[in-house]
Design a protein around this ligand. Structure first.
Ligand SMILES: *[C@@H]1O[C@H](CO)[C@@H](O)[C@H](O)[C@H]1NC(C)=O
Ligand SMILES: *[C@@H]1O[C@H](CO)[C@@H](O)[C@H](O)[C@H]1NC(C)=O
Ligand SMILES: *[C@@H]1O[C@H](CO)[C@@H](O)[C@H](O)[C@H]1NC(C)=O
Ligand SMILES: *[C@@H]1O[C@H](CO)[C@@H](O)[C@H](O)[C@H]1NC(C)=O
Ligand SMILES: *[C@@H]1O[C@H](CO)[C@@H](O)[C@H](O)[C@H]1NC(C)=O
Ligand SMILES: *[C@@H]1O[C@H](CO)[C@@H](O)[C@H](O)[C@H]1NC(C)=O
Ligand SMILES: *[C@@H]1O[C@H](CO)[C@@H](O)[C@H](O)[C@H]1NC(C)=O
Ligand SMILES: *[C@@H]1O[C@H](CO)[C@@H](O)[C@H](O)[C@H]1NC(C)=O
Ligand SMILES: *[C@@H]1O[C@H](CO)[C@@H](O)[C@H](O)[C@H]1NC(C)=O
Ligand SMILES: *[C@@H]1O[C@H](CO)[C@@H](O)[C@H](O)[C@H]1NC(C)=O
Ligand SMILES: *[C@@H]1O[C@H](CO)[C@@H](O)[C@H](O)[C@H]1NC(C)=O
Ligand SMILES: *[C@@H]1O[C@H](CO)[C@@H](O)[C@H](O)[C@H]1NC(C)=O
Length: 594
């Protein structure tokens, strides 16, 4: 460590009382001006190309020049490497080139940092070249299956051109299926004398495309090559595995033949292991195999037209490698009685799944067929189905069903070859608020009562199971009332209303997600009821009749004209009577028009 002469230190000689204070401060300042000591030296031997060392330069206060001092050939030779780049990042790396690199070797490396104020040298580091060699990546030449060997692909590659002949190479191979994002890996080593540059990757899925990449490292080196370019290859397909078979029975046609729709698929979760070329189907009446018919098809569904008796249907799928096992299904005769054993069934939502559970009295039934399709008025339903065994429940992920659609779910018990009667329920994978309220009208408006009637909301607008209806009614300027009824009720009579009053009424349909009001309608209660009108009319009419009778009875004793007069004036009875007794001619004339 050198200190350049400082003027302040000279000055110090004369004013050394000051110096006692100043010396440590100033000298500290001059020390800080030296370059930082290079740390973290790291070297990579790019095999047969260059030996590159890098280091952390530390914070630079002024322009710093770095020199890498090296001894090689096991300490017999020396050389220096000087960076001459102007940017500080690039100045923290320096490379030695061929032919001044010998392998194997044990080099020493020191980095010297120099600026205007002085020089600082790093610690001495030792580098065994084999241990820091890095090669180019291998190049994958082919990825392909070996004929006749299942679930395997063979990878063939070309060794990096510049790789030590004297060392073994270790490899990491990573692979994934085309649609997956997570890599799997295997490690293996190839002996330096091994000319076979292939690896058999086993335990794969059949008929699946894989992406492969490879890297290598000199055995004993800590540096891996970069990854090679990715290459894709596909495993061989296999003969198809078994199918599941199901049917939809339709009513018999006029000619007595009945259509049966045949459906099939691979079991849930079975991987696609082959490219199916087609299906062979054959069927015959249960009591006569002589009448076997065959059909070859490439796609489903397939509609068979069978007679009324019971049938057996069998099928296989085939590809270029072979046939699947046979799947069979019995179609019951038309008049055959099927058994019933499901007693109760319910659907509920658990997390993000729809769970259907049922109970059965038949202990020997262990297999069930679940069928589901959306309950829509318009389009013909697209049926989905799935067998369940050893359980009395079935779950489906919510995403696989359309939200706000009502699904019809049926479960068929299956015992040996027999299919029992289904039990059906309706369920929603996700419920919403109805998109419109019920259509409402009022009828039988009375003085104090009215009947509110509404229609069921069309299936498409319901969006959930209607739990109840709420009737809101309110007199003009009055308090609002409501009444909730269950979903089976489609009319309700309001009572104890006010006479001759305008009311507003609205019916709300609620699902578990909420309710929607129908349009509000107005009505006015009557002033009088029919009974009241009849009563009043009867009373008035009765009163009049009584009066007429009374008057008539009176009039029998008196002259007719005066009876008329009395009826007309009706104010006092006495006066006219007195006048009539006088026998006024005016009055007698007046009575004439009557
Ligand atoms: C050293 O070799 C590697 C690998 O070929 C190359 O990427 C790098 O640029 C080389 N370094 C120098 C300074 O030439
Ligand atoms: C390397 O540099 C050092 C000082 O930095 C010097 O003493 C030595 O002679 C140089 N060696 C070569 C081979 O240039
Ligand atoms: C390299 O040489 C140094 C000093 O001679 C020694 O300590 C170190 O073990 C050697 N390294 C190898 C890998 O031979
Ligand atoms: C993989 O993805 C492709 C296209 O993204 C798709 O066609 C193919 O069916 C997928 N395969 C599997 C097994 O999911
Ligand atoms: C393969 O080798 C790498 C590097 O040594 C290691 O990290 C990894 O765990 C190994 N993988 C397996 C599957 O052994
Ligand atoms: C890979 O499998 C083929 C076929 O079985 C065999 O001939 C070959 O030797 C295997 N290669 C390796 C590296 O195991
Ligand atoms: C098969 O059964 C059907 C109905 O059960 C019957 O009509 C028919 O005669 C039977 N055929 C034979 C060959 O037994
Ligand atoms: C089936 O055909 C065979 C030979 O043609 C005949 O002997 C047999 O009786 C037939 N069976 C029925 C059930 O028709
Ligand atoms: C169906 O295919 C099978 C074999 O693939 C063949 O034996 C049979 O004759 C075909 N049947 C028809 C009706 O084409
Ligand atoms: C369905 O049934 C199986 C077998 O009885 C049981 O283990 C499982 O917990 C049930 N699942 C649900 C969601 O009830
Ligand atoms: C009507 O149904 C909704 C939705 O399920 C519920 O929240 C509400 O409590 C029910 N109202 C009555 C009075 O039962
Ligand atoms: C339906 O209308 C009534 C009264 O008009 C109101 O109280 C209720 O909140 C409304 N419901 C909805 C879901 O808007």
């Amino acid at each position: 460590m050198k200190l350049s002469p400082q003027p302040s230190c000279v000055y110090l000689g004369m004013m050394w009382t000051w110096a006692l204070w100043l010396f440590p401060l100033l000298c500290k300042f001059s020390l800080a001006a030296l370059p930082a000591k290079p740390e973290n030296i790291s070297c990579v031997y790019y095999y047969r190309k260059n030996l590159t060392c890098t280091w952390s330069p530390g914070e630079e206060t002024s322009y710093t020049q770095y020199t890498v001092r090296r001894t090689y050939s096991y300490g017999q030779k020396h050389d220096n490497c000087t960076t001459n780049s102007s940017t500080s990042e690039n100045r923290a790396a320096c490379s030695f080139f061929l032919p001044r690199i010998t392998n194997p070797d044990n080099c020493t490396i020191e980095v010297e940092a120099q600026n205007a104020d002085g020089v600082i040298t790093s610690d001495m580091t030792y580098w065994h070249l084999e241990g820091i060699a890095k090669t180019e990546p291998p190049e994958i030449f082919s990825v392909k299956p070996v004929w006749g060997i299942k679930r395997m692909i063979q990878i063939e590659w070309i060794k990096p051109e510049l790789a030590p002949v004297s060392s073994n190479l270790k490899y990491t191979l990573h692979f994934r299926t085309v649609n997956s994002t997570s890599w799997m890996e295997v490690n293996f080593t190839k002996n330096r004398r091994d000319t076979d540059q292939t690896h058999n990757l086993t335990g794969l899925q059949a008929f699946t495309e894989y992406v492969i990449a490879l890297r290598c490292a000199v055995d004993g080196s800590k540096f891996w090559s970069d990854w090679s370019q990715e290459k894709m290859g596909m495993t061989e397909e296999e003969a198809p595995c078994g199918l599941e078979l199901w049917r939809v029975l339709k009513p018999a046609e006029a000619d007595g033949r009945r259509p049966v729709q045949l459906l099939w698929k691979k079991p849930r979760g079975a991987p696609v292991l082959e490219k199916t070329l087609g299906y062979n189907i054959w069927y015959f009446p249960e009591n006569n195999t002589n009448l076997t018919e065959t059909i070859n098809t490439t796609n489903q569904p397939l509609e068979l037209h069978l007679g009324g008796e019971s049938y057996w249907v069998s099928m296989i799928s085939y590809n270029s490698l072979g046939k699947s096992p046979v799947a069979t299904l019995r179609i019951p005769a038309i008049q055959e009685k099927s058994f019933r054993c499901i007693e109760v069934m319910q659907a509920c939502l658990a997390e993000d799944r729809l769970v259907v559970k049922w109970q059965s009295c038949a202990l020997d039934v262990n297999t069930w067929m679940v069928e589901w399709f959306p309950d829509m008025d318009s389009e013909p339903p697209t049926l989905s189905w799935e067998p369940v065994s050893q359980a009395k429940n079935w779950t489906i992920h919510q995403d696989k069903l359309k939200p706000f659609w009502c699904y019809n779910i049926s479960v068929y018990p299956m015992l040996h070859d027999k299919v029992g009667e289904p039990y059906s329920i309706q369920a929603y994978a996700k419920e919403g608020v109805p998109s419109e309220g019920p259509e409402t009208k009022v009828e039988n408006i009375g003085v104090k009562t009215v009947t509110i009637m509404w229609k069921e909301i069309p299936k498409r607008q319901r969006k959930g199971i209607i739990c109840n209806y709420t009737i809101f009614y309110q007199a003009e300027g009055g308090k609002g009332f409501s009444k909730t009824v269950n979903s089976s009720i489609l009319q309700y009579s309001l009572e104890a209303l006010q006479r001759k009053t305008s009311y507003t009424v609205q019916v709300m349909a609620s699902t578990s997600a909420g309710g929607t009001n129908g349009t509000s309608i107005n009505f006015k209660t009557l002033s009088f009821s029919v009974f009241e009108i009849i009563l009043i009319t009867t009373l008035i009419a009765g009163g009049l009749l009584l009066l007429i009778i009374l008057t008539a009875a009176y009039g029998l004793k008196k002259p007719n004209s005066q009876v008329m007069l009395m009826l007309l004036s009706g104010t006092t009875l006495r006066e006219p009577l007195q006048e009539s007794q006088i026998g006024s001619p005016v009055l007698a004339q007046r009575s004439q028009p009557c």
